[in-house]
Write a protein that binds this ligand. Structure first.
Ligand code: NAP
Length: 273
């Protein structure tokens, strides 16, 4: 990563309190989103996924004056119960939720999808990367009033095949469909639910994908903007969807990927660096 990104300040999120799930370190997409929301006046709570991560997440949370930092393993019901109980005890209500969580076994992120996807890997990937949003959305919605908003993070590998993305693409397809069904269910209560489909960004999760380098350069060279995906654009989309700027928008999968998703065939010569 180059210089630390900066985020436009304002008061679009003033008075809103939200839970951020999925910060592992300062490169995490959830961290860029948290910084943008904080710069617009949001009050934040964070979950972290284990003791080792607490050491990295605590100083980040403190730097944005987070009011709550709580451990949460999304595959463990007791851990989810405890995390959401802490939010309820602290605030009583919740205005927004950011879900930026995914995991699969590294062995499934290379080679053949059909050969490498065992039953256990399929189940575990779906559990962490798709079901966790259904579960978190249900729990968060119990604390939300009309005007509440939630987002999850997805990737184009749900719609098209991407080398080595494999079972994670299948989980992202389930995540996007879940987003639409959750939006349908919570819409009558005035709660909006959307997904941001980000292009490749250098994070811990992205480092697990074989041939990630090819993924980055192909996206950059073939996209209409001929550029990498800027995490500030992803954070800006999150701000739009989570603030009242996004009124009337729900059930959407919004792409922030330098336009890569619209390309059927790259321009002649585009793939030469
Ligand atoms: P990241 O920094 O590695 O964040 C992934 C987060 O998921 C980590 O905090 C991780 O914690 C957490 N997690 C994994 N298993 C968990 C569990 N059982 N319980 C609770 N948390 C768990 O990577 P990222 O790229 O920002 O990923 C955030 C989201 O964006 C993911 O959904 C990812 O698929 C999506 N996305 C990423 C890209 C990209 O190019 N980076 C593009 C599009 C979409 P641990 O580190 O402890 O596992």
């Amino acid at each position: 990563m180059g210089a630390e990104p900066t985020f436009p300040k304002g008061d679009l999120m003033k008075g809103k309190r939200g839970l951020i799930m999925g910060v592992a370190n300062k490169n995490s997409i959830a961290w860029h989103i948290a910084r943008q929301l904080h710069a617009q006046g949001a009050t934040l709570a964070f979950t972290y996924a284990g003791e080792a991560l607490e050491r990295r997440v605590r100083p980040l949370a403190e730097s944005v004056e987070a009011e709550l930092l709580v451990e949460c393993d999304v595959t463990d019901d007791a851990s989810m119960d405890a995390a959401f109980a802490s939010v309820k005890d602290k605030w009583g209500e919740l205005d927004f939720l950011v879900h930026a969580i995914a995991f699969t076994d590294k062995s499934a992120l290379e080679g053949s999808f059909v050969a490498n996807t065992t039953r256990q890997i399929f189940k575990d990937t779906m559990d962490v990367s798709a079901y966790s949003f259904v579960d978190a959305a249900r729990r968060a919605s119990e604390l939300m009033n009309p005007g509440g908003s939630m987002i999850t993070l997805t990737y184009l590998g749900s719609e098209r095949t991407v080398p080595n993305y494999n079972v994670m693409g299948v989980a992202k397809a389930a995540l996007e469909a879940s987003t639409r069904y959750i939006a349908r269910d919570l819409g009558p209560r005035g709660i909006r639910v959307n997904a941001v489909s980000a292009g490749p960004i250098k994070t811990l999760a992205a480092a697990g994908i074989s041939s990630g380098k090819h993924m980055f350069s192909f996206n950059r060279l073939a996209s209409p903007l001929r550029d990498d995906t800027d995490p500030r654009g992803v954070a800006g989309a999150a701000l739009y969807l989570l603030s009242d700027l996004g009124l009337s928008c729900t059930g959407e999968t919004h792409h922030v990927d330098a336009g890569f998703h619209i390309v059927g065939m790259p321009d002649e010569g585009a793939l030469k660096e």
